[in-house]
Design a protein around this ligand. Structure first.
Ligand SMILES: [Zn+2]
Length: 306
């Protein structure tokens, strides 16, 4: 990693990422930060306390998380795939309390998806891995726990991904292909670790804001639909382990209608493995945006979420 952000960028990131209320975050996928998530609030305090200088040691430019640039320059990282396909992804599971219900609904809908799992969750519910794979779903790496990668050093970051990848491989017999950091927050250490572990980082183009206490199937559909288009990647959650209690009901309830809307638009819905991720003009694992993009890129209001 040769590019590091300017001090202003890090300070700006520390100031707006975690503290912006979810109800005012703008369009789906535009802002980093999740309401009701103690990890994000902790990140805000820690980032502010750590100061820009410390973060510079392994922080990645906000360009990597700026949606518009990301989509154009790093479409695979953004989750852009084949124009007639939408990737369906779930984060934060597997959760014995909720994931089986998602698997039931997906089976009824004859759909398969990608589950970005936490190692801590998978360790507690290893039996779900076999069920997911047997149903044709894909397991991917979210992290061992949900602490933002930006707060970790390179060694800790590598360990997070390595442990989770190994657990998935052991339980399923298949090495995972994809990785998505908690909150969608990238760091240089994360990208380097992903590269070493042959994991492809993928974020998303649309989310359901399904983590809040007020989320319902209708609000999830309302959040997803404006950004629903071919080639997109949808983010939902099959666990409330980092969300408001029982928030997963909203995503679960939205699935049948969301699948119907995709079908009506002639869009196939499925896992990332079938998404046809497109490489972009920037190497996906060696982000080296030119200086002007880094120092004069879009403001925080255009950045993505996690
Ligand atoms: Zn997550």
């Amino acid at each position: 990693m040769t590019y590091l952000p300017g001090v202003e960028e890090v300070e700006e990131a520390a100031s707006w990422w975690p503290t912006r209320p979810a109800g005012r975050v703008g369009r789906a996928g535009n802002v980093v930060g999740r309401a009701g998530n103690a990890g994000v609030a902790g990140f805000a305090r820690a980032a502010a306390g750590a100061g820009a200088a410390a973060l510079l040691t392994h922080a990645v430019p906000s360009v990597a998380t700026l949606r518009r640039l990301r989509t154009q320059l790093m479409p695979a990282l953004a989750g852009i795939g084949a124009p007639d396909h939408v990737a369906l992804t779930f984060d934060d599971g597997p959760d014995p309390a909720s994931t089986p219900l998602f698997l039931d609904v997906l089976a009824e809908l004859d759909l398969r998806a990608t589950f970005f799992v936490l190692g801590t969750m998978l360790e507690r519910a290893p039996h779900l891995a076999e069920r997911m794979v047997d149903a044709g779903h894909e397991l991917a790496v979210h992290g061992w726990d949900h602490r933002p990668m930006l707060l970790r050093g390179p060694r800790s970051t590598y360990r997070q991904l390595y442990r989770t990848r190994e657990l998935i491989t052991t339980l399923t017999g298949r090495p995972p292909r994809f990785v998505r950091p908690p909150h969608g927050i990238l760091s240089a250490g994360f990208l380097l670790a992903a590269r070493r572990l042959e994991l492809t980082p993928v974020l998303w183009t649309a989310w359901g804001r399904d983590w809040t206490s007020t989320a319902t199937p209708l609000t999830v559909l309302d959040a997803l639909t404006p950004d629903l288009r071919g080639g997109g990647t949808v983010l939902l959650h099959d666990s409330d382990c980092t969300s408001a209690p029982q928030a997963w009901h909203s995503a679960l309830g939205a699935l049948p209608e969301f699948a119907a809307r995709c079908h009506d638009r002639g869009l196939r819905l499925g896992p990332l493995a079938e998404h046809g991720l497109r490489p972009g003009p920037l190497a996906e694992h060696g982000l080296r945006p030119p200086g002007p993009l880094a120092t004069h890129g879009p403001r925080a209001s255009e950045a993505p979420a996690g």
